[in-house]
Design a protein. Structure first.
Length: 123
């Protein structure tokens, strides 16, 4: 099953917890055991699995990425290049296996924009 998750970001740089939407897509697929593939088709956005943060805006990776500067003149450097556009997970008992303190985060680096995250669930 392929599902699109639409995210409307509000700021230029933003982190959005999409764990619930991913788990919902898995449940809707009916797959009990298999895999989930999460893909962000945007050059200035990404997805990553990290330890849960009370305020996702303070995630260490985002703080690190804020210090990056564009490349040489005329060659912009996308922060998304330092975070993967994909994540792959294992589905067991109808849910993606995550550590007790892990969450799935969508990263926006050039918002605000309407973005799409593709979720493929298979067995």
């Amino acid at each position: 099953m392929l599902k699109e998750i639409v995210i409307n970001t509000q700021r230029r740089e933003q982190v959005v917890d999409i764990t619930g939407e991913i788990q919902k897509a898995i449940e809707e697929s009916g797959v009990r055991e298999g895999f989930v593939f999460i893909y962000v088709p945007h050059a200035t956005a990404a997805v990553s699995i990290h330890r849960h943060a009370e305020n996702p805006e303070t995630i260490l990776l985002e703080e690190t990425l804020k210090s990056l500067r564009p490349g040489k003149e005329g060659e912009p450097l996308s922060k998304a290049a330092f975070v993967a556009p994909t994540e792959v997970g294992i589905v067991k008992d109808g849910r993606m296996i995550l550590g007790d303190d892990q969450r799935i985060y969508f990263y926006e680096f050039e918002g605000p924009r309407k973005r799409v995250v593709y979720v493929y669930v298979g067995s």
